[in-house]
Every structure is written in structure tokens, then in C-alpha cells.
Design a protein around this ligand. Structure first.
Ligand code: ZN
Length: 110
């Protein structure tokens, strides 16, 4: 009986990993092929700490490397590694204008 349980767990794990690999492959290949038109969004962000700009790809509703706080994300800058608040919606680029209309207005914070 113990052996059966072991193989059930192995089977479930294999299926789960397969789904994860397929999903991630789908997300990354889609992001590369269609740019920002898929579920992956791209924002052009400016780091307040090092003042350098970079493109940040993210998936609405999912975040593995950042803390979500409404439209803002608290995450580490890929250039300097320091954690800052980034408004990914304000920095959205290359999205259809119909979708952009629902985004909050992006104004320079002075
Ligand atoms: Zn930085």
C-alpha cells in the first residue's frame, strides 16, 4: 500500500510540474512573440533610487518578484537592486488605446 501511495504522489507531482512548465513556456514565448499584446504587460519604469529607466514585464494578478499594493508594486530595481515603489500602470507602454483609457492618469510626481 505504501508503494502505491508513493507512486500516486510521484504521478501528481509530475503532472503538476508538467503543467507549470507548459504554462511558463506559454507565457514566456507569447511575451517574446507578441510583445505586450498578450497577458504579459510591459511597463517602462524609472527607478527613483538610481534614476535609470528599464522595461518591466509583468502579469496582471500575478507577481512572483514583487509586492502588490494596488497599482503600485514594491520591488527591487533590476539595475541597482534597491527596493522602491513602482507604478506599473502609469508606466504601461504599447497597449491598445481602448485598454489604456481605463488606466489611471500618469502624471509626473513632483
Ligand atoms: Zn535602480
Amino acid at each position: 500500500m505504501r508503494g502505491e501511495l508513493f507512486w500516486v504522489i510521484v504521478g501528481v507531482a509530475v503532472v503538476a510540474i508538467s503543467i507549470a512548465v507548459v504554462y511558463l513556456t506559454f507565457v514566456f514565448t507569447k511575451a517574446r512573440r507578441v510583445g505586450t499584446k498578450g497577458i504579459v504587460q510591459r511597463s517602462h519604469l524609472r527607478c527613483p533610487k538610481c534614476e535609470r529607466e528599464f522595461d518591466y514585464d509583468w502579469i496582471p494578478g500575478a507577481s512572483l518578484t514583487s509586492v502588490r499594493l494596488g497599482p503600485d508594486r514594491y520591488m527591487a530595481c533590476p539595475l541597482c537592486g534597491k527596493w522602491s515603489m513602482f507604478n506599473v500602470y502609469a508606466g504601461l507602454v504599447a497597449r491598445p488605446s481602448s485598454e489604456r483609457a481605463t488606466a489611471p492618469p500618469a502624471g509626473p510626481s513632483s
